[in-house]
Design a protein around this ligand. Structure first.
Ligand SMILES: *[C@@H]1O[C@H](CO)[C@@H](O)[C@H](O)[C@H]1NC(C)=O
Ligand SMILES: *[C@@H]1O[C@H](CO)[C@@H](O)[C@H](O)[C@H]1NC(C)=O
Ligand SMILES: *[C@@H]1O[C@H](CO)[C@@H](O)[C@H](O)[C@H]1NC(C)=O
Ligand SMILES: *[C@@H]1O[C@H](CO)[C@@H](O)[C@H](O)[C@H]1NC(C)=O
Ligand SMILES: *[C@@H]1O[C@H](CO)[C@@H](O)[C@H](O)[C@H]1NC(C)=O
Ligand SMILES: *[C@@H]1O[C@H](CO)[C@@H](O)[C@H](O)[C@H]1NC(C)=O
Ligand SMILES: *[C@@H]1O[C@H](CO)[C@@H](O)[C@H](O)[C@H]1NC(C)=O
Ligand SMILES: *[C@@H]1O[C@H](CO)[C@@H](O)[C@H](O)[C@H]1NC(C)=O
Ligand SMILES: *[C@@H]1O[C@H](CO)[C@@H](O)[C@H](O)[C@H]1NC(C)=O
Ligand SMILES: *[C@@H]1O[C@H](CO)[C@@H](O)[C@H](O)[C@H]1NC(C)=O
Ligand SMILES: *[C@@H]1O[C@H](CO)[C@@H](O)[C@H](O)[C@H]1NC(C)=O
Length: 781
């Protein structure tokens, strides 16, 4: 999306006109529509929507298809702002009721959330954002500012296919299965459509989700290529095995919206691609919701991609591709003419408008306002602090812990060094709402309420903590490395907070390198020279970083802390001092720095060259996908009693020692059990990842595939075990077959691996038939 400011001016004007009706009034007594069938809540949704659509002239419907939709005065229909955001918390201002001011909860960025591999957490965060977003919209009068509506343009389910992409922080990792689980849970919880019956296409929506950016939005601005003119060349197999998966899951999870992207796919801008949008998304996958363009994407089809000659042509092509809403002004400039010239038919306008109206009805916008209690709503806003802390804790990944330097003791003398030691706003990442209430005693900054790392560690440590930045993130105008080195010499432990911020990775800005920017590499070397093994490196970042072998070898401990949201610092302090036993796992591969020379950002092929992501990369990563240590050692073993499977035990009297597990038919789901035991020395939780690898045949395109993950349901004390059940769907073995143009099981031998903190176990699975019909056999290796 474009910076907000571009659109703020043009759309805040209608709010000044006092006569504009409110949505809450549309179907109230004494309003023009009161007696009309579409206001009759006894009628079916479909009857109400049909009645509404036929009462509004097509020319007027055309005017209601921009992100700032026009009002229709004869029926008392107010204007509507389709654009709201809730990437990791509502991107909304603080709200006030009777003197109380509350700000929306700001959760860790999605790349941090991916590291939790925690299905119920994804759900809980979606539900929290939906709850707070809805409450905020009820407290604030419906206006036309961005954020005033109930249609959230979240989640971002693009994949972190390359660490340089500027928007990696918005995406929950590089893996399509992980992102699909995230998408399903976030969407159903945000919309509150998950409860049984409520997954229907016409179920009420709390707020509407929108999965973006369809498809392959993965480059901002790199070597003369920008997202506004980039043509992503992608093979069918990469589309189906990788890029499409999370969007298919969004459709199955009944996301109300999908956003088409700025880029083109194989020569056609996605927002004009009839085959992609109408055939694949709507007809093949069954998407029934509304399609919105990214902001300015239709203008890009004219100026960037040169696929349409003017707004009129772009509008008619977009409508033919079943686009409903244009964020931007291209419909405003060209859709009416295209309609009047006959390039866009009345029936296309009506069916598109009908899809939009249906979402608004499902959101309750045509229901006469029920009595509600603003006091109750204000209490919901910002009420998910505990969940935000929990999420931040779970997202921190312990990558290295030599000689058990961590956890720290409260009586050790800790010093803190690095550009982020005093950081506040940086932890909120992109797309954050207002974080701190303003009050009469003029605050220094609007981020003063966010704790800095130094403040958070000082609260736990027995000693006052001294800190110095040493250098800035990238600007070289501050060089206090000597001062930092002197400070390091005086300490028992150095916590070195390094990484990125929004000047390095954001919309319109990709990175060129994955290494630390500015003077930070020099800072690390200098600190390691005097404090090597007592140095704990903490990385603050969205996209994956590279540290280099020397830094990895010499440092004592390394953590990836992402951008952890409003409680990032508190969570970090709790992990460092051992109040929380780390559970996070890398949701993206950490490549060596040479990766950026191995493969250009513009190469979208997953298996080309050294390959991309854990699924296809053939090089040696600095840290692998799924890596993440605990303060405890954990042991894993398979349990034999897999359901829908015949198991054979080597020893009749020993349940743990199975020699093989086989199931009869690949089309029945089966469950395998993994026994996970906390071997100590600290109580904690643990998450187990399940992957397959083709064992023998070297020409298998995919190196490994994530097919499941499960966390322990509670904290395990030292010595305690829990059996985790992994449902394995036959679909876990499907991959795209270009010859037949369909998914197919590749027969062969697979290694099935369970991975937890620094431990793996594996067994063999024989897929004996390639058509999805034959038996599959698995064996403990
Ligand atoms: C997953 O998140 C939930 C909160 O949603 C938490 O209670 C649970 O402990 C987490 N599981 C693990 C393995 O950390
Ligand atoms: C979620 O949906 C259910 C069923 O429609 C409804 O009873 C419940 O009140 C909704 N919850 C919220 C928080 O909106
Ligand atoms: C970008 O374009 C300019 C002008 O066309 C050209 O001189 C330059 O070499 C290009 N840079 C890259 C990295 O392709
Ligand atoms: C989308 O595809 C369906 C099925 O092929 C077709 O009936 C419909 O007219 C198409 N929509 C548009 C806008 O062309
Ligand atoms: C105003 O904000 C400051 C800084 O966050 C805080 O210390 C102070 O207590 C607040 N005052 C009131 C009246 O809320
Ligand atoms: C990447 O390189 C380009 C071209 O030299 C430069 O304009 C841009 O600022 C660089 N990006 C970063 C994040 O340093
Ligand atoms: C890092 O350690 C590994 C294993 O001990 C060793 O093989 C390698 O040479 C070391 N690399 C550097 C740069 O010190
Ligand atoms: C296997 O047996 C254990 C202990 O009897 C039980 O807790 C677990 O649910 C079983 N697992 C499966 C997959 O049936
Ligand atoms: C076992 O397979 C049957 C179908 O053959 C399926 O209905 C059932 O859910 C499966 N059981 C489990 C526990 O996966
Ligand atoms: C799980 O593993 C632990 C440690 O090896 C063992 O003591 C326990 O009996 C196992 N539990 C089951 C149900 O197999
Ligand atoms: C466990 O840690 C060692 C040393 O850091 C590493 O070499 C090994 O690959 C790790 N194993 C797993 C399964 O992560």
């Amino acid at each position: 999306m474009q910076p907000w400011s571009l659109f703020l001016l043009s759309i805040s004007l209608p709010s000044l006109i006092v006569s504009v009706p409110l949505w809450s009034d549309v179907c109230q007594a004494d309003h023009p529509a009161f007696d009309l069938p579409f206001c009759d809540s006894q009628l079916s949704l479909s009857e109400r929507v049909d009645d509404y659509v036929q009462r509004i002239p097509a020319e007027q419907q055309v005017a209601m298809m921009g992100h700032a939709a026009k009002e229709y005065a004869p029926l008392g229909i107010p204007p509507y702002q389709w654009w709201s955001e809730g990437l990791h918390g509502p991107k909304e201002p603080c709200v006030e009721y009777e003197g109380q001011q509350k700000c929306p909860t700001s959760f860790p960025c999605p790349s941090a959330l991916g590291n939790t591999f925690n299905t119920s957490l994804f759900y809980d965060i979606g539900a929290a954002i939906g709850t707070e977003g809805k409450a905020i919209s009820q407290i604030r009068p419906h206006d036309m500012k961005i954020g005033d509506g109930l249609t959230y343009w979240s989640p971002n389910v693009n994949l972190q296919r390359d660490p340089r992409w500027g928007r990696n922080q918005e995406a929950p990792g590089e893996d399509p299965f992980l992102t699909s689980v995230y998408a399903r849970n976030f969407v159903t919880a945000l919309q509150n459509t998950s409860n049984g019956e409520d997954s229907r296409d016409d179920a009420p929506l709390r707020v509407a989700a929108c999965c973006k950016h369809f498809i392959a939005n993965s480059l901002e601005n790199w070597h003369n290529h920008t997202r506004h003119n980039f043509d992503a060349q992608i093979s069918d197999e990469d589309l189906h095995d990788y890029y499409f998966r999370p969007f298919q899951e969004c459709v199955q999870a009944k996301a109300a919206g999908v956003m088409c992207s700025y880029n083109a796919l194989n020569g056609i801008p996605t927002c004009l691609d009839k085959n992609l949008l109408n055939q694949t998304l709507r007809q093949s996958w069954g998407f029934d919701g509304y399609l919105v363009t990214d902001c300015g994407a239709l203008q890009d089809t004219i100026t960037g991609h040169k696929a349409a000659k003017d707004p009129e042509e772009a509008s008619s092509m977009a409508k033919a591709a079943t686009v409903d809403v244009n964020c931007g002004d291209t419909f405003e400039k060209g859709l009416l003419q295209a309609f009047q010239n006959g390039d866009v038919s009345t029936s296309i306008i009506h069916s598109s408008f009908r899809r939009l109206a249906k979402i608004q009805f499902r959101l309750g916008m045509f229901d006469a306002l029920k009595k509600y209690d603003p006091q109750q709503d204000i209490e919901l806003v910002g009420s998910h602090g505990n969940l935000a802390i929990e999420a931040a804790l779970q997202s921190i990944v312990l990558l290295k812990n030599k000689n058990k330097i961590l956890p720290l003791n409260i009586d050790q003398k800790v010093v803190m060094i690095g550009p982020h030691v005093f950081g506040r706003e940086v932890f909120l990442s992109s797309y954050h709402g207002d974080a701190c209430a303003s009050n009469s005693t003029k605050q220094k900054s609007s981020y003063a309420c966010i704790e800095s790392p130094v403040e958070a560690l000082s609260k736990i440590s027995d000693h006052p903590i001294e800190a110095t930045m040493g250098c800035k993130v990238a600007d070289t105008d501050l060089n206090e490395i000597d001062k930092a080195v002197d400070l390091a010499k005086t300490s028992d432990v150095v916590v070195l907070l390094l990484g990125l911020d929004q000047t390095q990775e954001r919309e319109e800005r990709d990175r060129n390198e994955t290494t630390l920017p500015g003077l930070q590499r020099q800072l690390v070397r200098s600190i390691l020279d005097v404090a090597a093994e007592k140095t704990i490196i903490v990385l603050v970042h969205g996209g994956a970083m590279s540290l280099g072998e020397d830094t990895i070898n010499r440092s004592g401990a390394i953590l990836s802390a992402s951008y952890g949201g409003q409680f990032a610092s508190r969570a970090l302090a709790q992990v460092l001092f051992g109040l929380y036993n780390p559970t996070g796992k890398l949701s993206s591969t950490m490549y060596p720095s040479s990766y950026v020379d191995d493969i250009p950002l513009t190469e979208m092929g997953m298996a080309v060259g050294v390959g991309r992501t854990h699924m296809f990369y053939r090089g040696k990563p600095e840290f692998s996908f799924g890596h993440g240590l605990s303060y405890s050692l954990w042991s894993l073993s398979w349990t034999c009693n897999a359901s829908n499977a015949t198991t054979t035990n080597r020893n009749d009297d020993d349940d743990e020692d199975c020699s093989s597990i086989s199931i009869e038919k690949l089309d029945s789901p089966m469950t395998v059990g993994v026994n996970v035991t906390n071997m100590g020395p600290m109580a904690g939780s643990q998450t187990v990842l399940l992957l397959w690898r083709p064992s023998k045949d070297g020409n298998h395109r995919i190196r490994q595939k994530l097919i499941g993950f499960q966390g322990t349901t509670s904290r395990l004390n030292v010595g305690e075990s829990e059996i985790l059940s992994f449902p394995i769907e036959p679909s876990a073995f499907l991959i795209w077959d270009t010859n037949t143009g369909s998914n197919k099981v590749v027969a062969g031998t697979y290694q099935i691996e369970a991975l937890a903190a620094n431990t793996t176990i594996s067994m063999l699975g024989y897929v004996l038939s390639g058509n999805g019909e034959g038996p599959i056999r698995m064996e403990v290796a």
